[in-house]
Design a binder for this molecule. Sequence first.
Ligand SMILES: [Zn+2]
Length: 435
Amino acid sequence: MDCDTIYTADYLITQNDAGDVLRDAALAIAGDSIVCVGHENVLSILYPNAERVDLGRAVLMPGLVNAHTHVPMSLLRGYSDDKALQDWLQKDIFPQEAKLAPELVELGARFSLAEMIRTGTTAFYDMYMLEDSVFRAADDMGLRAVLGESVTRFFPSLAATDVEEYCARVRRYADEWKGHPRIRQAVVPHAPYTTTPELLRLCRDLADETGSLFGMHLAETPQETEQCLKEHGVRPVAYCEKLGLLQPDATFFHLVDIEEEDALLLAEGRCAGVHNPASNMKLASGVAPIDTLLSARVPVGLGTDGPASNNAQNMLREMYVAALLHKVYHLDPTKSPAKQVLTMATRGGAEALHEPRIGSLEPGMKADFIALSLKEPNMQPVHNIISQVVFATTGAEVCLTVVDGKELYRNGQFTTCDYPALLEEIQQAIAWTRR
Ligand SMILES: [Zn+2]
């Protein structure tokens, strides 16, 4: 099979089933796919005419998957901190969001996408309002994405005056983005506590009708469980089950207040979950029982949540937070080992995005990968490369980001955005919050 380019580096983390880590390794790609992974000497003989990119003292690995975020919220990074979820949402975030316009949403999205490309994220699952701006940004800037227009029962909203208009918007996205090689739509009601059973049923039907995925915030806090028990007589996951929402194309974000019975219901429905440790810590929502979910065989991805509740879109940092959180919470240093956390951020993310062609570096998979420089002072010596990636990185080590075989970033240069211009434009966010 032909190959266009061979990338070589000192280390390559495959994330294949065997968990192979290769030394003096090479990755051969053709078009948007990986054709071969192996020793650099062997690949050089196999593909003598391929262009060679020698990264030297670096590690090649699968691109990270940010499985839950709200990218336009980079506009509100640092605008409101140190508050509980409901206070934070109702008093600070929602009033600002009511003043949003499509151009601002797109600017915030582009800024987050630049951060993701710079810090090694190659795919993300996003939900927000006026999401067509995010579709455009992801299309333009080359990332892989699952994107959805978020909806609550509170009409008129920024995106639609009523539920019919919301449905029309989802149908329009389905038409406009049908068959896109990197972008897929999801129907994403905001959460049980901001919707009604009727609206959730309608969203589920809309996902089926338009061939979209389905996602929602779920069981984010004990307060949500309390309210759900009071209003519907069951816990949040059982409520979703009663409404027929637990389907194999569904992904649920946060899953903090989860008992074993909830995890079993999610597993039975073959749904995926997403862990958002930094956001859960910052909003003091609680600690998601990822062991309970994983033991029940619920695939778990890792996500940052939005830039206003994190405040970064940096999956290397998120892995570090995830690895530490469960150790201190359980007072057990064997919890969430580096390997498990890396798997959440790669293969788990692939399952949360329902995209089986990403998450590992193997022949036939999409050429979505990154490289981290091992020349930085925080990256040496290398006793264990996976430990280094999870515990020692800051994001600044990322020297290459490739999606679908296309380089989006190499050694300080973005190829799909004018970052200096974007840096000037984002200053508008300050004026907008004061309007
Ligand atoms: Zn969220």
